[in-house]
Design a protein around this ligand. Sequence first.
Ligand code: CA
Length: 229
Amino acid sequence: MRVLLVEDERALAGAVQRGLTAQGLLTDVQHDGVAGLDAAMAGTYDVVVLDLMLPGMNGYEVCRQLRAADVWTPILVLSAKDGDYDQIDALELGADDYLTKPFSFPVLVARLRSLMRRQGVGRHPVLSAGDLRLDPATREASRGSTPLDLTPREFGLLHYLLRNKGVVVTKLDILQNVWDVSHDGGESAENVVEVYVGYLRRKIDQPFGVRSIQTVRGAGYLLTDSISS
Ligand code: CA
């Protein structure tokens, strides 16, 4: 799941970005309204976290233009302004939720998950391969009737493999989509992918005597409906 954070306070933006990424929510940051609008228009985000007082273009205007352009990515407005009037303005312009600074980080995460869940019907269908299931909205995964206890990174990796079921993905594809894109490739980064694929196999395959993640030598990994191992 990808989050766009539009926030001009760089220290706050950096802290929120790190926090969300640690929660498995890959987060890109833009520091002004114009760049934020451009990025949000691309439409590849699951949710936008939008400050109101921004250089270039304020958050109200970003919101208005996105909706006018028929982009309906959920928007959570984040602002130091806390009057009822401001909240109503933001909601009338098409924001979905509102959080006042200073805010509690766990509350932000909970609100974002809730927004994505509401939006999620149809957009983030439950993914499966054989009896392996993953629900991106509730962040639950299971093999048959057994719930799987995955870390955020393992969950992100499984989500990516399931989205590409039946397709060989390279370690670099995985790094760029599951880890922060700022990771450049290189052998040590690719080793990290191998290690995590190993963790995942020990949780989703080996205890069940199946093999759903296959290594394609010299190419990458392939997730398929499970094969008995
Ligand atoms: Ca601001």
